[in-house]
Structure formats: C-alpha cells, structure tokens
Design a binder for this molecule. Structure first.
Ligand SMILES: Cc1ncc(COP(=O)(O)O)c(C=O)c1O
Length: 404
C-alpha cells in the first residue's frame, strides 16, 4: 500500500507555509545575513524567571497542572489576562489556545464552510492564508494604503461578492505592526472598519501579536476594545493575542476574546484538536503575571528591539535607492519595501542569496490569484547591528545594479 495515495483531497491540495522552507533552504549558507525569519530574538526570552517559575509550578502544583485541564483554558491564567486587558470582560468571552495559529483555525472552522469568503489584507500573514485556504475558503485580498485596509476597495469587493450570492464570513486584519507590511491602522480607519462591519454584519478577526511591542509613539485602541467599549458591540470583533513574540513561541500560548457563543463553539473545536493548551505553560504564565513580571518584561523587550529598528531605518535611508518606498514602523519586528513595478523580489532574492543576504519576497504574502512581485519583507529582530548595516548595503547595491 502507498499511504500517500490515500491522502484526502484537502491534504493533497493544501499549501504549506513556504516561509519555513525558504528559511530552511538558506540555513546552511555560511555567513548569511538573514532578514527573512519572523523569530523573536532569543535574547528577549525571560528565561531565568521562567526557569524558576516552571520548577516552582511543577514542585507545588503538579497534581493540577500535569492533569488534563479545562478546554476553555486555565481559570487562574484567565483571571490574570482579564486584569491585563484592563476592562470588563468575562472568562466565558475568552479562550486560551496553543498559539494564535490555533485561535485563527478555530474561528475559521466555527464560521466558514467551503466556498465561503474570507476577506484578508493583501499582503497578509502567510500562516493564516494557508490555514484559510485549507478550510476551503475563497480568499479575497484588499490592498493596504498608509492608514491600513483600503475601505473603498473593501466596500466594492463585498458588494460584488454579495451580488454573486457569496457569503462573506470574515474580515481578517492585523491592525498593529502588520506582518508583513509593518503598518499600523489609523484610529479613523479602525472606527470606520468597525462601523462598516457592524452595518454589514460581517465578523472581524483581529490578529494581534505585536501591539505590545511598541517602541515609540502612542498606542491605539485595539479593534476589540473599540467595538466593545465605544460601540458596545461584543459580537463583531474577535481578537487573538499571542505570547509568542513576548514570552517565546515555544510556550505555544495565546488567547482569543469574542462573543461568548462563538467562543463556546471555538472551544468545541479545541476539544477535538488538542483537548486544551499546555497546562504547565498556562500556569507559569499566570504566575508570571501575578508576580508583576509582565510590564517590566515588555519594557525590556521594547528597549531591546528599539535600537535594532532604529538601525534598520538608518540603514534603509542610507543604502536603499531613493525610489524604494518602505514603512517606518514604531514597533513590531518587520518592515516592508515597495519596489518599482518592474523589479521582481523573487529574482532579487536569488541574487541576494548569492551575496549572502536573505529576506522574504513579497509574493509569498498574497492570496494565490492576487500575487504581486514588487515588494519584500525585512525582519529587524534577529540580525546584529553590523549585519543590518552590511546586509542593507548589499541589498541597496543589488537594487542599483538592477537598472545598471
Ligand atoms: C500576524 C501573525 N499571526 C499569527 C502568528 C502565529 O503566532 P503563534 O506562534 O501564536 O501561533 C504570527 C507569527 O509570526 C503572526 O505574525
């Protein structure tokens, strides 16, 4: 028997998140300067504190935390998370998940039937794109302008889809320090998006891995906060928040907030997929909050990343040709370069690898039928200061040579 011949149609046709393959394919290149990955710096992991908390939790609470836990998430952690959010929300409006990847998957499974439409940003996070596609959803990407999702295009796209009898089940957005675009949605755009979604009765999935990694400027309210506090609407926005870029992705810890009835259905998916997230990680995170470590830790993460972003901005200004446009984020871990129409970042990638510099070509971040080639993503949280300068110098030179 050839087991692969037995694979389901979905499994055979679904795509992988090519970024992992792309990063893996360059792993053995000696001296490579990589702006490709999306990893947080291991130097920001609060390893010493976690070492003590993990051993304390196992020492004092083994009977509870090594047992199966509640699929809804550890009540001890949820109490801390509600306090952290700082506004009135009940435990039943929240689900703890193994990373936001699971939260995104559960929400999609809860709402979307094959053929239903998910609206996303174009570009958007590839991990979500491939998860959406695997559920049989039809994806439509809406371009971003300086303020975020372009609402005029969104309105006409939704009208067009609805006139074809299609069900638009979700708008997926990453409003803060967007991956890959580095962009933050303006307050006016946030409000307009919520008002539109309420009027059209289209649920929004707000993916929020980066808002707490703000190195300068004023924090904006999340869509969830605006919807629930200003519009008194607890249904329209569901927000996923991961600890991957704060505590470490290895903990596989995130939480999602939304309408109680939706959360209940998402929990029902969680029961089927993994019963629940890791109990030990959840309790450790709870004790981390209780001991007051979170705010000083976040300040440390921001202090750590700030100079790297600064360096990247300086290096881009110094080395990139003037016709290259790029986002200037105030946080997160990515910036996004828009190249002239005729410059293909997939080709540039091959040339850059030969010069021992890598990035992710923009084409990886679009729904299959909307791919664009004249953009690329740079990560600034992983290389050294010297590598940032040297890598951007090489990249700038390659771009100049492109027209030589
Ligand atoms: C926008 C976005 N959403 C979701 C995730 C996945 O996070 P997690 O590790 O919590 O599954 C990432 C990770 O890079 C991300 O950038």
């Amino acid at each position: 028997m050839m087991i692969v011949e037995k694979l389901s149609h979905t499994t055979r046709t679904m795509k992988s998140s090519m970024i992992r393959e792309l990063v893996a394919s360059t792993r053995d290149i000696e001296g490579l300067i990589s702006f490709a990955g999306g990893f947080p710096s291991p130097k920001t992991f609060p390893a010493e504190i976690l070492k003590d908390l993990y051993s304390k939790v196992i020492r004092d609470e083994a009977a509870g935390v090594l047992q199966y836990g509640a699929s809804e998430g550890d009540p001890v952690l949820k109490k801390q998370l509600i306090e952290w959010e700082g506004y009135d929300i009940s435990a039943s409006q929240m689900l703890v998940t193994a990373g936001s990847t699971n939260a995104i998957y559960y929400m999609t499974r809860a709402l979307v039937d094959p053929g239903d439409v998910i609206i996303c940003e174009a570009p958007t996070f590839l991990g979500s794109l491939v998860a959406f596609e695997a559920t049989g959803a039809e994806l439509h990407g809406i371009p971003l302008d300086q303020e975020g999702l372009d609402l005029n295009i969104l309105h006409s796209k939704v009208d067009e889809l609805q006139s074809q009898g299609k069900k638009v089940k979700m708008i997926y957005t990453i409003p803060d320090f967007h991956n890959p675009a580095g962009l933050t949605m303006s307050l006016a755009r946030r409000k307009a998006l919520i008002e539109y979604a309420i009027a059209m009765q289209i649920p929004i999935l707000e993916d929020n891995p980066y808002s707490r990694l703000r190195f300068s400027g004023e924090a904006l309210p999340t869509l969830y906060r605006l919807a629930t506090q200003d519009y008194l609407n607890h249904e329209v926005v569901t927000e996923a928040v991961t600890f991957s870029k704060i505590l470490g992705p290895g903990m596989r810890l995130a939480f999602v907030k939304g309408d109680e009835k939706l959360i209940e259905r998402m929990c029902s998916w969680q029961q089927k997929v993994n019963i629940g997230p890791d109990n030990v990680s959840q309790r450790v995170a709870a004790r981390f909050f209780e001991a007051g470590h979170m705010e000083p830790h976040l300040a440390k993460c921001c202090d750590f990343y700030r100079p790297y972003l600064q360096k990247m901005l300086e290096a881009m200004a110094k080395h990139l040709p003037s016709y290259i446009q790029y986002t200037k984020p105030e946080g997160g871990i990515f910036t996004w370069l828009r190249l002239p129409e005729d410059m293909n970042a997939d080709q540039l990638f091959q040339q850059a690898i030969a010069k021992k510099v890598s990035f992710i070509p923009g084409s990886k971040f679009y729904p299959s039928n909307q791919v664009k080639y004249n953009a690329l993503r740079l990560n600034f949280s992983f290389s050294t200061m010297e590598q940032i300068d040297e890598g951007m110098r090489s990249l700038g030179k390659l771009m100049e040579d492109f027209y030589a």
